[in-house]
Design a protein around this ligand. Structure first.
Ligand code: UGA
Length: 461
C-alpha cells in the first residue's frame, strides 16, 4: 500500500520505517525541516535501537522516503497515519492542536479520497472530531475521508521489536471498507511472513498477534486504559516499596513473589524513582481529565500520579538523611534518560532530581550513554563526564537514576577509591548492595530497610 506518515518523532519514524520493512511504500514528512534534512543525510534525529538499520535498508530499497513537502506527502498515500505530538496543556488535557493542523493540511492538499488514521495518543471521541474537521475543511472539494484509530503500543528502547512483534494490533473503525484497508496494512504482521529484520537476531519467536477490530471510541480508550494501568501498577510497586522501607522488608523479594502469580505478572512492578517519559505521565493526566469530564471518580488515577510525584521527594529525603546538608556536596549521577536504551529526557526523573539538587546548591556531575546532549541544552553548567567512572571523582554520593545495563559492570573498586565518601543511593535497585558493601561502599536501594548507619553524623568542631 502507499502510506504517508505525518510527524517524524519516535512514533512516526518507527511506524514509517517498520511499515516499509513489511513491504509498503512509505513517505514520511514533518514540519520541522531540519529533521527531514538529517534523515535525508542518513542520520537519525533520535536514538532508538535497531531503527538505523531498518531506516537505512528501506531507504536503499526506495520503499521509505522523507520529504519536507507536506503537500506531496499527503497526496502520496492512500492511507495517512497522523503521528504528531499531543503534549499536555497546563490543565492536563492533551493539546490536540497538531491533530487539528494535520486535518487542515490533509483537507487542503488531498486530491483523492484518503483513509486518515490516528496513531498519536488522543482522548476518546477525537476520531469523531477529526472526521468532522476533515469534512468542514474540505467542504466543496468533493473528496471524502474515512477515519480510523490505530493506537501504538511501542515502548521507547524496544519500539522496533514491539512494532514487528506486537502482542496485539487494535484497529478502531467505523465501516467494513476501512477495516479491510487496515487489515491489508497489517497482513504481513498478522501472517508473520517476514524474516527477522534485526541484524543481531534478537527477534522473539514468531507468534501471530491478534488483530482486534473495535469502534473508534473503544480503540482510543484502550490506549489510555493501558498506559494508565501500567502507571497504577508502578505506583503500587512504589507504595509497597515504601512500606518495606519503613517496616523492614525487601521490596525485590516481595514483587518477585507477586509477579509469579499469573494474575498479576512480573512486568511493571519495578519500584524506583517512578514513571517518566512522554507517555505515561501525560496520558494519566489526560485520562484523569477525561474521566472528570465524564463525571467518573478518578481518585485511583490521581493517587497513582501523586505517589509518582513524591518519588523524588523521598529519594532526596534519603540523600539528606545520609549527607545532612546538600549545599556544596559533590554528587555523581548515573543515568539521565527516562529509561535505558533511549536518549529521551522528557519528564525524566533525572531532570527533576537535578533541578532540585541545583536548588539546594549541590555540585553535580553526570553521565548517561545516550542522553547527555539533550540534557546539556537544559543544564549547561553541570559537569558532563565522558566516562561513567568519572562521576565518582571526589563525590560524596553516587546516585543511580537510570538502570542502564552498562552500569552493572563498572569498575566498582576504582569508583570506591575515587569517591570522597563511597556512598551509593540506588534509585533503581540496579546493583547488588551486599557485593558493594563488601567492597567498602555504603549502599541504600529503594524499598530496602533503611540502614541507620547511613544517618549523617555532623562533625563537631
Ligand atoms: C509506554 C508504554 O509502555 C507503551 O506501551 C506505549 O506505547 C508508550 O508508553 C506510548 O504511549 O507511546 P514508554 O513511555 O516507552 O512506553 O516507557 P515504559 O517502558 O512504559 O516506561 C515508562 C516509565 O515507567 C519509565 O520511566 C520507566 O523507568 C518506568 N517504569 C517502568 C518503572 O518505574 N517501573 C517499571 O516496572 C516499569
Amino acid at each position: 500500500m502507499r502510506i504517508s506518515i505525518l510527524g517524524c518523532g519516535y512514533v512516526g519514524l518507527v511506524t514509517g520505517a517498520c511499515l516499509a520493512e513489511i513491504g509498503h511504500q512509505v513517505v514520511c514528512t514533518d514540519n520541522d525541516e531540519s529533521k527531514i534534512k538529517t534523515l535525508n543525510q542518513g542520520a537519525l534525529p533520535i536514538y532508538e535501537p535497531n531503527l538505523d538499520e531498518i531506516v537505512a535498508r528501506n531507504r536503499k530499497a526506495e520503499r521509505l522516503t522523507f520529504t519536507a513537502d507536506l503537500g506531496d506527502a499527503v497526496r502520496f498515500g492512500d492511507a495517512i497515519f497522523i503521528c504528531v505530538g499531543t503534549p499536555p496543556l497546563q490543565d492536563g488535557d492533551a493539546d490536540l492542536s497538531s491533530i487539528d493542523s494535520s486535518a487542515r493540511l490533509i483537507a487542503a492538499e488531498a486530491r483523492s479520497s484518503k483513509l486518515v488514521i490516528e496513531k498519536s495518543t488522543v482522548p476518546m471521541q477525537t476520531g469523531q472530531k477529526l472526521k468532522r474537521a476533515l469534512e468542514i475543511y474540505a467542504r466543496n472539494s468533493g473528496i471524502s475521508f474515512s477515519v480510523a484509530s490505530n493506537p501504538e503500543f511501542l515502548r521507547e528502547g524496544t519500539a522496533v521489536l514491539d512494532f514487528l512483534h506486537p502482542d496485539r494490533i487494535v484497529i478502531g473503525v467505523g465501516d467494513e471498507r476501512t477495516e479491510a484497508q487496515l487489515r491489508e496494512v497489517y497482513r504481513p504482521l498478522v501472517e508473520q511472513n517476514i524474516a527477522c529484520p534485526i541484524h543481531n537476531g534478537n527477534c522473539p519467536p514468531k507468534v501471530a498477534p491478534r488483530l482486534l477490530v473495535t469502534s473508534i471510541n473503544s480503540a482510543e480508550l484502550i490506549k489510555h486504559a493501558c498506559n494508565s494501568f501500567l502507571a497504577v501498577k508502578i505506583s503500587y510497586a512504589n507504595l509497597i516499596a515504601d512500606i518495606c522501607e519503613n517496616m523492614g522488608a525487601d521490596v525485590d523479594e516481595v514483587v518477585e513473589a507477586m509477579g509469579l502469580d499469573a494474575r498479576i505478572g512480573p512486568q511493571f512492578l519495578r519500584p524506583g524513582l517512578g514513571f517518566g517519559g512522554f507517555c505515561l505521565p501525560k496520558d494519566v493526566q489526560a485520562f484523569i481529565r477525561l474521566g472528570e469530564k465524564a463525571g467518573v471518580d478518578v481518585a485511583l488515577l490521581k493517587d497513582a500520579e501523586r505517589i509518582n510525584k513524591k518519588r523524588i521527594d523521598s529519594f532526596l529525603a534519603k540523600a539528606r538523611h545520609a549527607l545532612w546538608i546538600l549545599k556544596d556536596k559533590r554528587i555523581g549521577i548515573l543515568g539521565l534518560a527516562f529509561k535505558p536504551e533511549t536518549d529521551d529526557i522528557r519528564f525524566a526523573p533525572a531532570i527533576e532530581l537535578i533541578r532540585r539538587l541545583l536548588q539546594e546548591q549541590a555540585q553535580i556531575q553526570v553521565y548517561d550513554p545516550q542522553a547527555m546532549e539533550k540534557t546539556k541544552a537544559l543544564y549547561p553548567s553541570i559537569r558532563y563526564c565522558t566516562d561513567p567512572h568519572e562521576v565518582a571523582d571526589s563525590a560524596e554520593a553516587l546516585m543511580i537514576v537510570t538502570e542502564w545495563e552498562v552500569f552493572k559492570t563498572l569498575d566498582w573498586q576504582r569508583i570506591e577509591r575515587a569517591m570522597l565518601r563511597p556512598l551509593i543511593l540506588d534509585g533503581r535497585n540496579l546493583l547488588r548492595g551486599k557485593e558493594l558493601a563488601a567492597l567498602g561502599f555504603e549502599y541504600q536501594g529503594i524499598g530496602k530497610p533503611i540502614d541507620e548507619s547511613l544517618a549523617h553524623i555532623p562533625v563537631s568542631g
